[in-house]
Design a protein around this ligand. Structure first.
Ligand SMILES: [Cu+2]
Length: 470
């Protein structure tokens, strides 16, 4: 496995002229060494060492792919391959992705750059890459069968085009898409402006992540690819809360967050404590006359939204999808509760037919030991995340924007929990309670009904049982 440092040495990316000069002409003629990254941590921004300068993005729980310059062309090497992604601490999923991870690394270039991307297929089936949103020659658009032959297993294809317009883009397969995207194959692409653009402000922090979703039964490792809507893991960059890193910024930083949606439903993304402007979509920067302040923006399927705000309120601010099912993890959704049901011996029999089969125990999860395997050791609690005041009771698409006065410029380290100034935290009221004053005509109506039913009707809210219908 090649580390990023090794790659820099090999490719002369960070080493500058000295290292580049030491790379032989033979090496330069070959394709760049692929860089593999398996850590799920948010990597520091990749400061460009060659080509035009720009303020790099930070990919939540992800990283940016290093490149090499080859006679003025930025060369990248993506490897489509099976990966193991830690979706949250203690929970690993067997996905497909690029260069060791799902999603793949972020690709960052500058408007006007000529880009050459080598794509090696190490999957068991053919693939292709579509560069979602880009202006490019038709034969580079990556729809297998339509624009190019599919990339067969073991083969490497080359894509080459000029990044013609600045903005936020995505990449994903356009071959057996349903399987490959359900397995986690996708990545982010940012094209920075070449010169100062009146519609693109300079920011101090620039974050990006993809919205994606998986259907992985508790205790198993591989997503079910046929699922259309009823996913049980709603993730940002294939991570679920509390596995999603916080977005750490300095007080009064101007912050940009770029969000792409490659799930099969929309996600109203909501930020606490601040108002933001939607400054860009897949089509590029939005005209200033179309911008207004919001605290939630809906990111529809296949869309990208870029939001910007001034982080001028200190604290730990929740940042999440506003669909409450999407801030929960697996378990409990369509998993039958068998407490009180006698199924003694049943799971053992089923296990002979389906080795990975699991049922919930009749007295609780402890009965799982009947199967001579541990209770599901590869799942995430439905709602979790220990905060400074107790459980946050969230999962899925949830994170925290941490705004701190003493966060150093360019420092993305987690500053820990916010220390609230004295007297600024909601607390229990301990004084005397008076009787609530109620309306005299409580329960009455402005216009009385002509006929009164003999029995009053009372309905009970039934807790939702599945995700279907959204
Ligand atoms: Cu959502």
């Amino acid at each position: 496995m090649t580390s990023r440092r090794d790659f820099f040495k090999l490719a002369g990316v960070a080493g500058g002229a000295v290292a580049a000069a030491s790379v032989s002409r033979v090496a330069m003629a070959a394709l760049p060494e692929p860089v593999i990254q398996t850590s799920p941590d948010t990597m520091a921004p990749l400061i460009p060492n060659s080509g035009r300068p720009y303020n790099p993005v930070v990919t939540l729980n992800g990283w940016t792919l290093p490149w090499r310059m080859n006679q003025g062309v930025k060369e990248f090497h993506l490897v489509a391959e099976p990966v193991v992604r830690e979706m949250a601490p203690g929970f690993k999923a067997h996905l497909w992705g690029y260069n060791g991870q799902s999603p793949g690394p972020t690709i960052e270039v500058v408007e006007g750059d000529r880009v050459r991307i080598f794509v090696t297929n190490k999957l068991p089936e053919h693939t292709s890459i579509h560069w979602h949103g880009q202006r490019l020659p038709n034969g580079m658009d990556g729809v297998a069968g339509l624009n190019q032959p599919a990339i067969q297993p073991g083969k490497t294809f080359v894509y080459e085009f000029v990044a013609r317009r600045p903005g936020t883009f995505m990449y994903h397969p356009h071959a057996d898409e349903m399987t490959q995207m359900a397995m986690g194959m996708m990545g982010f692409w940012v094209t920075h402006p070449k010169v100062k653009n009146p519609l693109i402000d300079e920011v101090q922090r620039d974050f990006c992540f993809l919205l994606n979703a998986f259907d992985i039964d508790p205790g198993s490792y591989t997503p079910k690819i046929m699922t259309m809507l009823d996913f049980n893991l709603w993730s940002w960059n294939s991570r679920i809360f509390p596995g999603i890193d916080s977005l750490n910024v300095r007080l009064n930083d101007k912050v940009r967050i770029r969000i792409g949606n490659l799930t099969m439903t929309n996600h109203p993304i909501h930020l606490h404590g601040h108002e933001f402007l939607v400054t860009g979509t897949d089509g590029g920067p939005t005209p200033k006359s179309t911008r207004w302040y919001e605290v939630t923006t809906d990111v529809a399927v296949g869309q990208m939204r870029q939001v910007e705000f001034l982080a001028d309120e200190e604290g730990d601010w929740a940042f999440h999808c506003h669909k409450s099912h999407h801030t929960m993890n697996a378990m409990g959704h369509n998993v039958p509760t068998l407490i009180g049901v006698d199924h003694s011996g049943l799971s053992k029999k089923i296990n002979n037919l389906i080795p990975d089969y699991m049922v919930m125990g009749e007295r609780g999860m402890a009965d799982m030991t009947e199967m001579e395997m541990p209770i599901p050791d590869n799942t995430a609690p439905m709602m979790t995340g220990e905060g400074p005041f107790g459980s946050v009771e969230m999962g899925g698409m949830f994170s925290v924007l941490k705004v701190r006065r003493d966060q150093k410029p360019g420092d993305y380290k987690d500053p820990g929990w916010f220390k609230h100034p004295e007297g600024t935290v909601a607390h229990e009221y301990e004084g005397p309670l008076s009787e609530p004053a109620r309306f005299k005509a409580e329960g009455g109506q402005s216009m009385p009904r002509a006929q009164t039913p003999s029995q009053p009707t009372e309905v009970k809210v039934r807790k939702p049982q599945s995700h279907s219908g959204h």
